[in-house]
Design a protein around this ligand. Structure first.
Ligand code: FAD
Length: 432
């Protein structure tokens, strides 16, 4: 059954009409329509990669069955609409965990593969696609392609990070990693500038699996707080933290402004940077601190917000980041969530995967129309000159030339696109 619905992505920049079709396994693809469709996971992408305005969205939420789990080998087979949260809650008590999780676990396996998501441990574990043994890809002509790193490798490399454009992933086989329990030993270090950030990153990555930093984007030296964590063998009878906090309505204007940001940044730097002792933290608040605040994206008001995540090579990283921070500071805009992280040397296997060796910065900006777009264009020029790339999962307005420059395997990827699939992003950046 097809329903007409207004759908927006996590950035809430706009809400456009879609024909929504909820897929059910195994007879899942509606064949009656000539309209192009797009698989939809849990809509946690920020821009138009998960939208197909005026077209069809195939909702995968009902493809939510666990098919098999081997507690000895840690191999899990499930449908692609299963949420990462549900996998973790099933396997962590049994001594296993997903090797890679992003900043939210409220995403589907299909969405995690299609954007080849990364976590805080990229320097150790690579990205999500590195842990997929095989997947089933349903094409809109009805063909099912089973592919993996050792089988139809070219289809696998096109589909991991393929933004849903090669077909619908219906089933995936994942290799989990061992953990002794749900806890991590964590510590914080403050840094006053980017040179200290890079020193901390270099020294920490040898001994710490998870590293991530918050950076004060109103301070153009790049001060911030470096957070690191390792899994530990601590079997407390701990329940996941559930704060049950919710943003009950959308305020008429963004609650993020210069004043609130300045106050928050000062306080956060002081409080988090001061905490020097090691603390045991459950994996949920450590990996996914915002998941307990329902609808936190409403805080930016009715016009929504832009996420901007770039990666630039390490050699030019410090200069490029300083230039970005200076540009943001001069623009009078500010980012509430400014996350800095180094990627490891592992080459991404997906043709269109985002991670590459270098340093990545993720920023949020309330949508103030042309003013914000102009800032994003200035940031684009810095990324372009540094030979970097923008993360499509977060993007809503990168120019086509920057996309083509940042993703050198694009031409090769286009051969694997499914002609029955299209998205707002693919029309904007690929022309169809
Ligand atoms: C708070 C927050 C923190 C985040 N942190 C990170 C982070 O640390 N690292 C990171 O990499 N990302 C991060 N993200 C982005 C998020 O992980 C990705 O956008 C993810 O792909 C969203 O998955 P989803 O299931 O919601 O899919 P959607 O957003 O609905 O779709 C994403 C893409 O996957 C495709 N897709 C979905 N299901 C299928 C399927 N079954 N078959 C084929 N294609 C499919 C869609 O067509 C679309 O192109 C974060 C997002 C939020 C909101």
């Amino acid at each position: 059954m097809i329903m007409k619905k207004f759908i927006s992505s996590w950035g809430r920049l706009d809400s456009s009409p879609h024909n929504v079709n909820i897929l059910h396994f195994p007879k899942i693809l509606p064949r009656s329509s000539d309209e192009k469709g797009l698989p939809f996971g849990n809509g946690r992408s920020y821009g138009d990669v998960c939208l197909n305005p005026n077209g069809v969205l195939w909702f995968t939420q009902d493809l939510s069955r666990f098919i098999d789990f081997n507690p000895t080998s840690g191999v899990l087979i499930c449908e692609a609409g299963v949420l990462l949260r549900d996998i973790q809650r099933l396997v962590v008590p049994r001594g296993w965990m997903l090797p890679v999780t992003p900043g939210t676990q409220l995403i589907t396996v299909g969405g995690a593969i299609a954007n080849d998501v990364h976590g805080k441990n990229h320097h150790v574990m690579g990205s999500f696609g590195d842990h997929i043994q095989s997947l089933h890809l349903l094409r809109t002509d009805g063909e099912i392609i089973v592919c993996g790193p050792n089988e139809k490798k070219e289809w696998f490399e096109a589909t991991v990070g393929g933004m849903g454009l090669t077909g619908i992933i219906t089933i995936a086989t994942l290799q989990l990693r061992r953990v002794q329990g749900p806890f991590l030993e964590t510590e914080n270090r403050s840094f006053t500038n980017l040179s200290s950030f890079f020193d901390l990153a270099d020294s920490s990555e040898v001994q710490w699996e998870h590293t991530v930093s918050w950076v004060d984007c109103l301070n153009n030296q790049g001060r911030g707080v470096f957070m690191r964590g390792n899994h530990v063998d601590l079997k407390r009878d701990a329940k996941p933290l559930n704060l049950g906090i919710s943003m009950p309505f959308t305020p008429p204007f963004s609650l993020i402004n210069q004043l609130s940001l300045r106050l928050f940044n000062r306080l956060y730097y002081k409080l988090q940077g001061r905490r020097r002792e090691r603390v045991m933290v459950h994996y949920e608040p450590f990996f996914h601190p915002l998941d307990d605040v329902n609808n936190w994206n409403r805080v930016y008001g009715p016009r929504g917000f832009y996420q901007y995540q770039s990666v630039v090579p390490r050699g030019v990283g410090k200069e490029a980041l300083l230039e970005m921070l200076k540009t943001i500071s001069l623009s009078g805009e500010g980012s509430f969530l400014a996350v800095l992280k180094t990627f490891g040397e592992r080459k991404s296997l997906g043709m269109m995967s985002f991670p590459m060796p270098g340093v990545t910065l993720a920023l949020d900006f309330p949508n103030k129309g042309e003013k914000t777009k102009s800032l994003l264009r200035s940031l684009d020029s810095i990324v372009r000159s540094a030979s970097g790339r923008i993360y499509v999962a977060k993007d809503a307005c990168m120019p086509r030339d920057l996309f083509e420059q940042g993703y050198p395997r694009l031409k090769e990827f286009l051969k694997y696109r499914d002609p029955g699939i299209s998205s707002g992003m693919s029309r904007r950046l690929m022309g169809y």
